[in-house]
Ligand binder design. Sequence first.
Ligand code: PEP
Length: 263
Amino acid sequence: MKKYLAVANWKMNPGTEGEALDLFSTTLNAAKSARNVEVVVCPPFPFLSAIERRWGIHDLEMRSEAAVHLGAQDLFWERDGAYTGEVSGPMEKELGVSYVIIGHSERRRLLGETDEMVNKKLQRAFETGLHPILCIGEKERMGDDIPEIVGDQLKKATQGISGMFIESLVVAYEPVWAIGTGKPDTPESMHKAAIYIRKVLAEMHGEGSVSHARVLYGGSITSTNVASFIRETSGEVQGVLVGGASLKDDFAKIISSLEEIES
Ligand code: PEP
């Protein structure tokens, strides 16, 4: 049975290491009782090592015993060198990180991250043995159809990447207007987006590589709306990427809502 994926993007929160350890511990407790949900927590870089030290996630990953996987919020495309302020995939791997968010809209918008950079980061993540969570989504929605920009972002991000890697790709569709606004997209529109994403991937990389790729929804997910994005999307959506609600008790409820859905 395939598990649903619940990814917590803490962004630049919480403020202290102590709070981060408490928050991780709460999420870990919720994840331990979930059989049908794979939980990934993406804390800010400085807290990764504190979490690794406390729970030994790297060794747990080696023994396939991690109840919560660690994710990073970004990586740099080079392995090492003179890149002030950047963090490499191998450094993340050593800290027990197994997932990495790439191309989040906040990085594209605030830090000028381009599709070309996203492509290089994606390539590096795969080569490092990390599972990338590629974020795509339009700034504005005009009409009912998923805008072509979403397909363009996907094509440019996965350009030149081998089909073997695409099989393990996680794509998070996050319409920018739905992030942090309390105004989520509808399951109906997410259904269309997931079909569109698979079509674009299949055209570029072949049907075979797309069957295992996972598609997530992100944007103002809470425990109240999470189930609808799975139940009302005919098996096209395999999980969620959660920002604001992942910093609250609501994330435990999101995990249990997913747990209750029959897959
Ligand atoms: C995000 O930033 O990836 C996100 C989905 O945020 P929120 O859940 O707060 O909308």
